[in-house]
Design a protein around this ligand. Structure first.
Ligand code: GLC
Length: 731
């Protein structure tokens, strides 16, 4: 067995070419299938040094066995890097990321990532393929559930919180794991919301929308990056040298490991940019991709590519060194069984209280007519109806790691525990995509005499996530039939929506339900969290991290649209549709609560600020209610005149505030003048002299927000004075 001291350079010098290629090859285990090819873990490949990392394998016994094969069975004894998609929890499953983003709570995001890291590390995981940072504005795309929504600012805050949570202060901490920011880039902009399709963002969109979160992840010290499957304007991200070597490694100074997505290097042949695996391997390696996940392209293609002069040994060595350096940072050379402990049991569900907090903060109250919510703890029967009412597995959502259905508290169970003094009556009423008249009749009978009907409807977890796009993201017809019958029964209906995306809801359903709560896929503590919110034990504070369209025809839709020269109005010649509304059903930032705190005395200090400098916004949050309130105030910016037309509103910050009954809470938010920066015509960031407005409140509706103006002095002009004419214009 070779010297496995923690000096990658010395180790590299001992390695043969096949062993180097092995360190750049990630093979799959058999505990989960997350891509087109899956095969049992090859212990022979590990012993032969032909695989340096593995994914989709966990538990102390399984990882210990695989590590033993590497450390004791291979010539140099280099330990394995063990990766897994710990996206929203490992064994304790938290709400899907789109839901957790609705909490607008970076402290929570960091805590859930840290909790997931400790459970995953106890199961032998050293690296997670998370956080997913793809800004998405198209709910047809199944993976919108997996990311932080539509705002690049929210995504950047999410990125930093998640990286810090997963990685902690040092990767050598056996309770922390390496994070992988994915999928660089513009994966959320795939054409027509169809997974893996081409993305054609403008250079401006790439710079303003899709890259900032990855920059934030790099600044937070993320250990790895995963390129996206899609091409960006014809250049597959996996072979995108300008993006990976240029922007990421050169521009952002990223020195970590780039791991391809599943089989993505081999798929460069399918994209049509490589004639064979040798060319595919060469394109990816030269672009800076270090590890080939499950593609076999490096295994089959790198040696021929070297022989054909398509790659150099230095390029191979540079990639191997980065992989060895990550293993060293994780402490794997010192202890290949890091985190596993002597006789550690498999990770159990260790963070139920945190999962309950996260799920409660993720829920967004979309409608609450006549304050039908919160429900009182005493009173008449509550009817709990629908295919998602008692559906443990569906609560997990997509990418549920090592989560198990039996760990999940269903809505029905949680409501029974949360309302012990009220009779609960249950009926399924319909399946998620099927149903019968008899089921509906039984549900209507169950609803008779109930004070309130809780209709738990929505998607199956399998209708959301990777390769699960929906051209019509609506509620399936059997559930609409059930809803129609329950509304017709005359009992007040509260719609509890489970989904991985905003769903297109018909007008009659929105009008017919007294209240609507977006519960998303809430995770292990779904039922307890729902009871907390419906009872008021936890007032709803969630805000939509993604615009909720009123019709499919509006998609893609988001809050940061530019005004255009003819903004929508009653006038004919303006930007609107003949047959559907322009406004979304629920705007970005929308979210009701059981109290309505107000923003008062908003001011900016100083009113005129020199660039570079600082701007402090001050206001008072007034709580007129008789109960404690916690709320999230969103801050939008508006640049009325600039060298580039700017969005009407752009989220630029947010703050959670608590206020006791009757309290006036002074709040201050300080920004650098770079809060007004935007990419100029040359895409270089610029801050311009002139007025910048800040609008505060909740949802992205200009007229509803409190506005304050600041004058920036000493920035760049938005228009240059015309130079003097150089003499008479020659005829
Ligand atoms: C999948 C996903 C990626 C995931 C990887 C490993 O195809 O695109 O997000 O991390 O494969 O499971």
């Amino acid at each position: 067995m070779g010297d496995t001291s923690a000096d990658p350079g010395r180790l590299l010098a001992q390695m043969t070419l096949p062993e180097k290629v092995g360190q750049l090859t990630m093979i799959t285990g058999e505990w989960a299938q997350t891509g087109p090819k899956a095969m049992p873990v090859s212990v022979d490949a590990i012993r032969a040094g032909a695989a340096g990392s593995i994914l989709n394998l966990w538990s102390p016994d399984a990882v210990r066995a695989a590590q033993r094969a590497a450390v004791e069975g291979s010539r140099l004894g280099i330990p394995l890097l063990v990766g897994f998609d710990v996206v929203h929890g490992h064994r304790t499953i938290f709400p899907v990321p789109l839901a957790e983003a609705a909490a607008f709570d970076p402290d929570l995001w960091q805590r859930t990532a840290a909790a997931a890291a400790s459970e995953a590390a106890a199961d032998g995981i050293g690296l997670t393929f998370a956080p997913m940072l793809d800004v998405a504005r198209d709910p047809r795309w199944g993976r919108i559930c997996e990311g932080p929504g539509e705002s690049p600012v929210l995504a950047a805050r999410w990125a930093a919180a998640k990286v810090r949570g997963f990685q902690g202060a040092a990767l050598a901490d056996p309770a922390r794991i390496a994070a992988t920011a994915k999928h660089l880039g513009a994966y959320g902009a795939v054409a027509a919301g169809r997974d893996y399709a081409s993305a054609d963002p403008s250079p401006r969109d790439l710079a303003e929308v899709h890259l900032p979160a990855f920059a934030a992840a790099v600044q937070a010290g993320v250990a790895a990056i995963m390129p996206a499957f899609n091409d960006i304007a014809g250049q597959p991200a996996t072979a995108h040298t300008d993006l990976l070597q240029g922007w990421l490694r050169g521009g952002q100074g990223f020195g970590g490991v780039v791991i391809s997505d599943y089989n993505a290097i081999a798929e460069l042949v399918v994209h049509g940019v490589a004639a064979d695996l040798a060319e595919a391997a060469a394109l990816a390696l030269r672009a800076g991709v270090d590890i080939d996940m499950m593609g076999g392209a490096y295994q089959a293609g790198l040696v021929p590519a070297l022989a054909r002069g398509l790659v150099t040994m230095d390029q191979i060595d540079a990639a191997v060194l980065r992989v060895l350096a990550l293993k060293q940072r994780l402490g794997l050379f010192a202890d290949p069984f890091r985190g596993l402990g002597a006789d550690a049991p498999p990770a159990g569900v260790r963070f139920r209280a945190l999962a309950r907090e996260a799920a409660g903060k993720a829920m967004v109250l979309l409608k609450n007519e006549g304050a039908v919510l919160p429900l009182t703890c005493s009173g008449g029967p509550i009817a709990v109806i629908g295919p998602l009412a008692d559906a443990a597995e569906e609560m997990l959502g997509a990418w549920s790691g090592a989560g198990r259905a039996e760990d999940c508290v269903t809505f029905r169970a949680g409501l029974a525990a949360g309302f012990p003094d009220r009779a609960l009556r249950y009926a399924e009423g319909a399946g998620i995509e099927s149903g019968t008249a008899a089921m509906i009749a039984a549900a209507v009978a169950t609803a008779q005499g109930a004070d309130t009907v809780l209709l738990c409807a929505g998607e199956a977890r399998a209708m959301s996530g990777e390769a699960s796009c929906r051209g019509a993201p609506v509620l399936p017809e059997p559930q609409l039939d059930l809803a129609r019958a329950l509304i017709a029964s005359g009992r007040p209906v509260v719609l509890i929506l489970c989904s991985g995306r905003p769903l297109i809801l018909p007008d009659w359903l929105v009008a017919g339900c007294a209240a609507i709560l977006a519960a998303w896929f809430p995770g292990a503590e779904a039922g307890h969290a729902l009871a907390d919110v419906l009872s008021g034990a936890r007032a709803p504070t969630g805000r939509l991290p993604v615009t909720w369209p009123a019709a499919i025809g509006q998609i893609p839709i988001h809050h940061a649209l530019r005004r255009s020269g003819r903004p929508a109005s009653a006038d004919h010649y303006t930007s609107k549709y003949l047959d559907i509304p322009v406004e979304p059903l629920f705007p970005f930032g929308h979210g009701l609560s059981y109290a309505s705190p107000q923003i008062e005395a908003l001011r900016a200090e100083p009113a005129t600020v020199d660039v570079p400098g600082q701007i402090t916004l001050r206001f008072e949050l007034v709580n007129p209610a008789s109960q404690h309130v916690e709320t999230t105030v969103l801050v939008y910016r508006q640049d009325p005149v600039a060298s580039i037309a700017r969005p009407v509103l752009e989220l630029c910050g947010f703050v959670r505030v608590q206020a006791a009954p009757g309290e006036r809470v002074p709040v201050s938010l300080t920004f650098g003048t770079d809060v007004a920066a935007f990419p100029g015509a040359d895409l270089a960031p610029r801050v311009e002299t002139g007025r910048i407005d800040f609008l505060l409140g909740t949802r992205a509706v200009e007229a509803e927000l409190a506005r304050v103006s600041v004058h920036l002095r000493g920035g760049l002009p938005h228009i240059l004075p015309q130079a003097e004419q150089a003499g008479p214009v020659q005829g």
